[in-house]
Design a protein around this ligand. Structure first.
Ligand code: HEC
Ligand code: HEC
Length: 497
């Protein structure tokens, strides 16, 4: 029995690994990572995928304008539970080196999260599934079980088999392949593989597109406007932004600029009084309103690091899915626009700003009183607008390859074929307007089932064809058509007599 599983899986996996999927040139492992990243069934209760807080329409940061406008912290699978920080972008973050102390620079560098508490993206990806304020699963077994049962379960098994094989030194016995949920070794390996697949997706060129106007400019394929060019000059000169947000290609690595040096700093950002963490139950936040985010210093227990957080990339900071969308900036989302934060850098020490959240280690050498005019502030903002992906690959902001081919937008309806009523289930990777209608074979709309705004996550709508507003619908073939801003899906169903 086991032997047969091996044989089938290996043949399938060699085929799968050899081919990139047609949709967006992802390898099989990247595609699996993408399936995992967008699967809102991987939380308890179901409803919150990684993409709920890291959505393609906002370059893998938080996609809900109303949330950004206030606390800027996103609810987890249990909707009354919140974490304490704003989701940073999950794009361009795979370039961060592992967390370490650099003897050369005398500074902490690298790692994941605002406080660097995960070493790299693989370690990071293991966190959210089990975090009670995020995806809230009781244990790794639970997550692996859901993955095995998912509609990409087979590609998981194939990839896992190939991965185990690749890790077995030549000449060693190939371990027995089991998908036995009571086998601790399997669970541990499978969970590791899930994290590696997600990391592979986060490292893919679909997530890290390097397709902004600034990238084109660096390659001699675009000219900046006079204001953008002035902004760049200020960014690298008078405003000193490039001291931390590196704007030049990395000559050693040969990579385009990532707009961060992965160090940690305290800008003296005020606390965000609307952070929902302050009012979380004592079991989560024993300090209540008195809680302070000490960032890296809090994690390491080091006075010299108190209040410092990781320098984020500025790639895609200006990306907005639609006009009027509010983005939130810094670890607590205190700032609501680029104009706001640039004005803070410029005037923190000369105008009235609320006190810093953490008064220790506030950087006064590189910000606080830059002496920029209003026009210079505006030029800096204009320059940051050139960092939005999509300029070179011709895709509008918000329409990334990731949304163009969102997996499992329409899950299914069941039963199908059906008598009487059927339940249509689908998962929205992000909040937005949705319509769902029933059409007959001649293309006539029989019924509108849904038309309105929906939150991200799983949705269920029932179509009762026997008693649909008193009208009996004739047996036969029908189509459900669901439409979102970026995508549509059609499913064929059969209504039995
Ligand atoms: C409920 C919202 C939420 C969900 C769900 C969520 N994240 Fe996050 N993510 C955050 C927040 C908030 C942070 C920053 C937390 C901190 O610094 O303490 C973060 C940080 C990250 C980072 C670090 C980025 C950097 O530059 O340091 C990555 C990568 C990431 N998340 C990927 C994922 C993946 C993969 C999943 C799914 C397995 C996921 N997230 C699920 C909110 C979320
Ligand atoms: C001393 C290093 C340093 C300098 C200089 C610096 N920054 Fe930053 N920047 C940071 C850090 C650290 C953060 C995160 C702060 C936080 O979350 O509290 C940040 C955050 C930001 C953000 C928010 C990004 C996000 O995803 O939330 C923007 C925008 C930004 N900086 C733009 C600029 C501009 C424009 C300049 C020049 C006027 C500049 N920075 C100068 C270190 C720096």
């Amino acid at each position: 029995m086991r032997r047969t599983i091996w044989a089938c899986l290996l043949i399938a996996s060699f085929l799968a690994l050899g081919w990139a999927t047609a949709s967006a040139d992802l390898t099989a492992m990247e595609q699996l990572g993408k399936d995992l990243f967008f699967d809102s069934n991987l939380s308890t209760p179901a409803g919150v995928a990684c993409a709920a807080c890291h959505a393609p329409s906002t370059a893998f940061a938080g996609p809900v304008s109303e949330l950004n406008q206030h606390g800027a912290v996103y609810p987890g699978a249990v909707h009354t539970r919140f974490g304490n920080r704003k989701p940073p972008t999950a794009a361009y973050t795979s370039f961060s080196p592992p967390f370490h102390f650099s003897e050369e620079d005398g500074l902490y560098e690298g790692g994941m999260f605002w406080d660097g508490r995960a070493d790299d993206i693989v370690e990071q990806a293991k966190g959210p599934f089990l975090n009670p304020v995020e995806m809230n699963n009781p244990n790794m077994r639970h997550v692996v079980g859901k993955v095995l049962k998912s509609d990409y379960g087979m590609s998981f098994k194939e990839g896992y088999a190939a991965w185990i094989l690749a890790q077995t030194p030549p000449g060693d016995m190939i371990p027995e392949l089991t998908f036995d949920l009571s086998d601790d070794m399997f669970i541990e390996n499978a969970y590791q593989y899930i994290a590696e697949a997600i990391a592979a997706y986060e490292t893919s060129s679909e997530v890290n597109r390097f397709s902004s106007k600034y990238d084109a400019y660096l390659q001699g394929m675009a000219t900046l406007t006079a204001e953008e060019a002035w902004g760049l000059e200020l960014f690298e000169g008078k405003a000193m932004c490039a001291n931390c947000h590196i704007s030049e290609p990395d000559m050693d690595e040969g990579s385009p600029p990532l707009f961060t040096d992965y160090t940690y700093d305290n800008l003296g950002v005020p606390r965000n009084p609307e952070n929902p963490w302050y009012t979380m139950p004592k079991g989560f936040n024993p300090q209540g309103e008195d809680w302070t985010d000490y960032g890296l210093g809090g994690r390491l227990g080091l006075a010299d690091e108190m209040g410092k957080v990781k320098v984020p990339t500025l790639r895609n900071v200006a990306m907005k899915p639609y006009d009027g969308f509010v983005q939130a900036y810094t670890h607590n989302g205190y700032f609501k626009s680029l104009e706001d934060i640039v004005h803070f850098y410029n005037t923190r020490d000369v105008e009235m700003w609320p006190a810093p959240e953490v008064p220790m280690n506030v950087n006064s050498d590189e910000l606080g009183n830059l002496g920029l005019s209003a026009a210079e502030e505006a030029a800096l903002v204009a320059f940051m607008g050139t960092l939005t992906d999509g300029w070179m690959d011709g895709m509008a902001p918000g329409v990334t390859p990731a949304t163009a081919v969102t997996p499992r937008l329409l899950l299914n309806s069941s039963p199908n074929p059906f008598h009487g009523a059927t339940e249509i289930r689908f998962a929205l990777p992000e909040a937005g307007r949705v319509t769902l209608s029933v059409f007959d074979v001649s293309g006539r709309r029989v019924r509108s089932l849904l038309a309105g705004d929906r939150l991200a996550g799983p949705q269920a709508v029932t179509w009762d064809a026997t008693n649909d507003r008193g009208v009996q619908v004739a047996p036969g073939v029908y189509f459900f058509r669901m439409q979102t801003a970026q995508n549509h899906r059609v499913q064929r169903v059969v209504l039995l007599p």
